[in-house]
Ligand binder design. Structure first.
Ligand code: ZN
Length: 635
């Protein structure tokens, strides 16, 4: 898919795709570099799209050499060098459009956010290609920021309005091993929430709204982060902040931060997360709602928020190996994150609701944020390059082998089951070939390649799976036998949800992991008003939905009757990922026809038996505009 997405996005950023509003993102750098004349275009954080694109393109280069792509990145780096100020400053909005206003709008100006995305791009490019020119440009800028910002005399005592630079600084620290970058990141994290907050005096605070949704909680700045226990405010900002907190907690072994992170994790995933791994249910302020406030139609559920949740989950896994983080990582990845991109890679959702009534989405004031269909690009285009960098860096999420940090658990942990290769050892000289199709049939085989070596390998047993087994060299060594949800007895033999095999591995050793993967109904806590009396359908980690295309209009008239007679169809037609299952099942449909013109009456609807068809939620909206529903009525 990267093969399509990355060149397409490059064209968009260069304003070369007809029929969509210009991005101006690269044009702004040309302007700042003095190569073009004109005026700045787009949002004030347009630079970040270029940073994210370079990051995604760098990961793609790690998959496969591509001289053209490398040339394109080098061209952008050349522009950045010219666009950079003498003092190191690099931001096209404040250079071209608001000269003299640097660092005056910290709450919403996104200067530090853009610096973070450019820095992440620079680190990724240096890591993959060894070329450090972009990195040196960014280090010069970071040194300017370090001079201006901090707790010292004459410095600005601030932190990013939108967290992002924190994660980027941690990556810079990991790459350069220079403590000063870790210290700078730590300063940002520890300073956030100190009172009185500088934000309240900041020119951008509250932006145009100046209402209670844009206060300190919006920025997760209402109290020091180590004291925060509930997820509040802007969901993407929260996810990026918590991810960076987890980076820091892992690096320093900071128990206070860990406590806060565990509580925040429980609050988000136990009370405020959609089944699809989407977060942020409130459109105004793009923020978390209260506990269990998870409306399906007016969900905000930004693609970036699911991606941020994946970033956070990955870092929680680094911090402590507990399969609940891996479960959520998988849930957000296969549902809320990739629903943000069409199957051809060229159309995107910003907002990911769990139901769609196109006429209402078009007409209602409170659904203005919802789009009926994926679109080719957005004026505010944070999501498309974000999903590109996630997909291009997927291999970083599949497994991890922590070496060299005493605060982290040792062993090779497998979080996701994806075909390919896993390498470990000092130079990656040992490893496993990985074959199988986890999403299709729940089966995957690991074959050891390399010198005989001792190693503990941990396999995540997903909580959705009751019946599973692990075979070592064709002999069953572990398994679960529950029908449906996880086998609690078997779980006691696991290490926080991971099955361990610790042995001397020899060339040709095989491990077969098999999970029973079948459709199952899921119910929501009754406190979730929107889902009361309803069920959803999942198969493995994949959430399903009904679409008008398969089931006709008025999906709400469909009532699920139980679990008999379900069949899987392997849909190959256009609009579906290869080999993905559609599930057809017997249901009943209330007959709207026999109501005539009545709006209300004293008798229930008549029903008829039907076959309903559900498809993976992430695939919805690939066959034209129509109704969609994840949560279905059930008896
Ligand atoms: Zn976004």
């Amino acid at each position: 898919m990267c093969g399509e997405i990355i060149p397409y996005q490059y064209k968009v950023l260069n304003d070369e795709v007809e029929g969509i509003p210009p991005s101006h993102a690269i044009g702004n750098f040309q302007l700042a570099a003095g190569e073009e004349e004109g005026i700045y275009g787009g949002m004030l954080f347009q630079d970040s799209d270029v940073g994210k694109w370079i990051e995604a393109a760098s990961y793609a280069l790690d998959w496969e050499k591509n001289p053209l792509l490398e040339e394109q990145i080098d061209g952008l780096v050349c522009l950045m060098k010219k666009a950079q100020g003498e003092d190191g400053y690099l931001n096209t909005y404040y250079t071209c459009k608001k000269p003299g206003e640097r660092f005056t709008n910290i709450a919403h100006g996104h200067e530090l956010y853009c610096a973070g995305h450019l820095l992440e791009g620079a680190v990724a490019y240096a890591k993959v290609t060894g070329k450090e020119e972009f990195l040196h440009i960014m280090i010069k800028y970071i040194e300017l920021l370090r001079e201006k910002i901090g707790a010292g005399q004459g410095q600005m005592r601030i932190y990013p309005g939108h967290p992002e630079l924190e994660m980027a600084l941690y990556k810079l620290y990991q790459y350069t091993k220079e403590e000063k970058y870790l210290d700078f990141m730590e300063y940002f994290i520890k300073e956030r929430g100190s009172q009185p907050s500088f934000l309240e005096k900041d020119s951008g605070f509250g932006e145009q709204f100046k209402d209670k949704w844009f206060g300190l909680t919006y920025h997760q700045a209402h109290r020091p982060v180590a004291e925060q226990r509930e997820a509040v405010g802007h969901a993407v900002r929260a996810m990026y902040l918590y991810a960076a907190m987890a980076d820091l907690a892992g690096e320093k072994g900071d128990e206070q931060l860990k406590q806060s992170l565990r509580a925040l994790w429980d609050d988000v995933t136990g009370k405020k997360m959609y089944l699809t791994g989407a977060v942020g249910s409130e459109a105004h302020g793009e923020s978390f709602g209260t506990a269990y406030d998870l409306p399906n139609d007016r969900a905000y559920a930004e693609t970036c928020a699911s991606i941020g949740l994946i970033f956070w989950a990955k870092r929680m896994l680094r911090l402590e190996k507990d399969s609940r983080y891996g479960d959520v990582l998988e849930q957000a990845l296969y549902n809320g994150a990739i629903s943000g991109i069409s199957e051809d890679g060229k159309k995107y959702f910003y907002v990911n609701p769990l139901m769609m009534l196109p006429e209402e989405a078009e007409a209602r004031y409170d659904l203005q944020h919802v789009s009926k269909e994926r679109t080719s690009w957005f004026g505010c285009a944070c999501c498309p390059p974000n999903v590109a960098r996630l997909i291009a860096s997927l291999k970083d999420y599949i497994y991890e082998d922590n070496e060299g940090n005493e605060n982290l658990e040792k062993g090779l942990y497998i979080h996701l089951y994806v075909e390919g290769e896993m390498r470990f050892g000092r130079n990656g000289e040992s490893g496993f070939a990985v074959e199988g199709d986890y999403i299709k049939n729940g089966r995957i085989r690991y074959t050891y390649k390399g010198k005989t070596a001792e190693k503990a390998i941990y396999f995540r047993i997903p909580s959705w799976c009751g019946r599973w087994e692990i075979r070592l060299n064709d002999e069953r060594i572990m398994g679960g036998e529950a029908d449906g949800e996880r086998d609690e007895e078997a779980a006691k033999r696991l290490k926080k949800g991971y099955a361990a095999i610790n042995r001397q591995w020899q060339e040709g050793d095989t491990v077969d992991v098999a999970f029973e993967i079948k459709p199952r109904l899921v119910f929501a806590n009754p406190k979730v008003w929107a889902d009361a009396g309803r069920c959803a359908l999942m198969r493995g980690p994949v959430v399903y939905c009904l679409e008008e295309k398969d089931n006709g209009k008025n999906l709400n008239a469909i009532v699920v009757k139980g679990k008999e007679g379900w069949t899987l169809g392997w849909r190959e037609e256009q609009g579906y990922l290869d080999g993905e299952a559609a599930i057809s099942f017997p249901a009943e449909r209330e007959d709207a026809e026999e109501w005539g013109n009545a709006l209300y009456r004293y008798k229930k609807s008549a029903r008829k038996e039907i076959k309903a068809v559900a498809i993976p939620y992430h695939s919805w909206g690939n066959r034209g505009c129509g109704e969609m529903a994840v949560w279905m009525r059930v008896e």
